[in-house]
Design a protein around this ligand. Structure first.
Ligand code: NAD
Length: 474
């Protein structure tokens, strides 16, 4: 489904009309068109900053340079001694940020290590760094801040200062979104330094075009060595439910793009679409209702027999049956609860006994509707909120096997599901976001692919909203 208003607003006539009537002009988002290995970062000049006592400067500079970024610094910035010392140790060159009108390309990436903030007054250091440059960030640029996880920050002033960054990044995202710029925050936990490279690359790349205003905790990963590139799914076997169309088809295609072999599962009524999608990517189709009592056993049989088990499981199949609670028939309640939620728990219970390889990574598709709640969706919202709790609660179980489980909460995404919405709510769903538009299935697929990969090894039990910073449930 295409966004006709966005297309119109980029024609000369549409542009003139939109500015005359004061209508929004949503930006064209720059999305990755190929595998990770080909396009790791957006632009290369990265302006780096650090606040007093910043703790992650060395891993940050190392990850940026290994990703191919050239590093720039601001003169007279408080974190300069820390940055210079780390750069010298790493043998990395630092350049000055070009003055306006100098002819040099502006920096595309703005990365600040704000992990040392100790009190409200020190947050001024972040202001001093970003305030002069924010107006000059080019379209589709990226702002990424690192902070210490508030739960580990120390005394009340440290905790409050780290928490303040959440409000800062959400507000900044709403300011810069009009140019397709995203702003996100990584909260770094103890021992996570080595696991920063993957998340840094994801959030500073074209693979995260529809993610803004988000706060993602990064912890220490499993036993294996960390890696930086998500595109390393060669030899991995992935189950994707609801893979016949929409978001599920895009997830299957994107995991396959990065080298995974796909078992695509969908309801027997969608067998035709499933066969087409699987033929395109060389995957195996499994026509099976997720609510079938023997679903876990049948999945395990298929995966074990053909591939020796699963490395990746993506629970994407989902339905809506919207009615106000007062009008909701019990069968609509039961259906949505069982497909979106009950089936995931049953299938996982079975797969945890038989069907998963060591180090398996799971991703469950939630929804921002599970965070904000929408009238008419008590059933759907309950399932999508339940998934968030489920991912958080299952994290330690998955970690014991060297793996992880995370959730992705899509906002308004252009699929058959949202095409059925009445025009009014559909337009509201698209425009009431920092990026002023709906996302594409590929936006969800890129986030799922990141979580499915060992590059996200330090992320477990988390929920990431991929919603263009939709104002619902903000
Ligand atoms: P879609 O309706 O286009 O696709 C859903 C797929 O799931 C279909 O192929 C369908 O056949 C399959 N499915 C449904 N019931 C099944 C069952 N019992 N067994 C096996 N397969 C079954 O939907 P979509 O928009 O691609 O949504 C995919 C996921 O993303 C869903 O979980 C949905 O709740 C979630 N989501 C979507 C949006 C959006 O804006 N489209 C927003 C938030 C969350």
């Amino acid at each position: 489904m295409s966004d006709r208003y966005l297309e119109l607003s980029h024609t000369p006539f549409g542009k003139a009309l939109a500015s005359l009537l004061g209508l929004p002009q949503p930006p064209r988002l720059k999305r990755a068109s190929g595998p990770w290995a080909q396009q790791p970062l957006i632009g290369v000049p990265a302006l780096v900053g650090a606040t007093t006592n910043a703790q992650f400067v060395a891993p940050l500079l190392k990850a940026l340079t290994e990703a191919g970024a050239t590093l720039r610094i601001q003169p007279e910035h408080v974190g300069l001694p820390l940055i210079k010392a780390a750069a010298q140790k790493l043998g990395v060159t630092l350049a000055g940020n070009p003055a306006k009108g100098s002819g040099d390309a502006p920096s595309a990436l703005y990365v600040v290590d704000a992990s040392g903030l100790a009190n409200p007054a020190q947050i001024r250091e972040l202001y001093d760094f970003l305030q002069p440059v924010t107006g000059g960030i080019p379209a589709n640029g990226r702002v990424l801040i690192l902070s210490r996880a508030p739960s580990e920050a120390g005394d009340a002033a440290h905790v409050a200062s780290a928490t303040a960054l959440r409000g800062f990044i959400r507000a900044l995202g709403k300011e810069v979104g009009k140019k397709g710029i995203t702003a996100n925050l990584l909260e770094v936990q103890t021992g996570a330094e080595d696991w920063l490279a993957g998340p840094l690359r994801f959030f500073l790349s074209e693979h995260s075009a529809f993610i803004s205003g988000q706060v993602l905790p990064v912890g220490a990963g499993p036993r294996e060595e960390p890696i930086a590139l998500s595109g390393s799914l060669q030899g991995k076997v992935a189950l994707v439910t609801g893979a016949a169309r929409g978001i599920g088809a895009s997830i299957a295609e994107t995991l396959a793009r990065e080298g995974a072999t796909i078992i695509g599962m969908d309801h027997p009524s969608a067998e035709g679409g499933l066969a087409e999608t699987m033929a395109r990517i060389g995957g195996v189709g499994l026509a099976l209702d997720v609510t079938a009592k023997d679903a876990a056993q049948r999945i395990a049989e298929e995966a074990n027999k053909k591939f020796g088990g699963l490395d990746i499981v993506v629970h994407n199949a989902g339905v809506t049956r919207d009615k106000m609670l007062r009008n909701m028939a019990p069968h609509l309640w039961d259906m949505v609860l069982d497909i979106n939620f009950g089936a995931i728990l049953r299938i996982n219970e079975g797969l945890l006994k038989d069907g998963l390889k060591d180090g398996a990574r799971m991703v469950c598709i939630s929804s921002i509707g599970g965070i904000s709640g929408n009238a008419g969706q008590t059933n759907y919202a309950a399932t999508k909120a339940g998934i968030i709790g489920y991912a958080s609660s299952m994290a330690s179980t998955m970690a014991r096997h060297g793996g992880a489980i995370n959730a992705v909460a899509p906002g308004f995404i252009e699929t058959a599901m949202t095409a059925q919405m009445p025009v009014g709510p559909r337009e509201v769903g698209r425009r009431l976001s920092s990026l002023g538009q709906g996302g594409m299935p590929i936006d969800i697929a890129e986030a799922v692919t990141f979580f499915a990969s060992h590059a996200a090894g330090g992320i477990n039990g988390q929920t990431l909203r991929v919603c263009g910073q939709n104002f619902m449930g903000a």
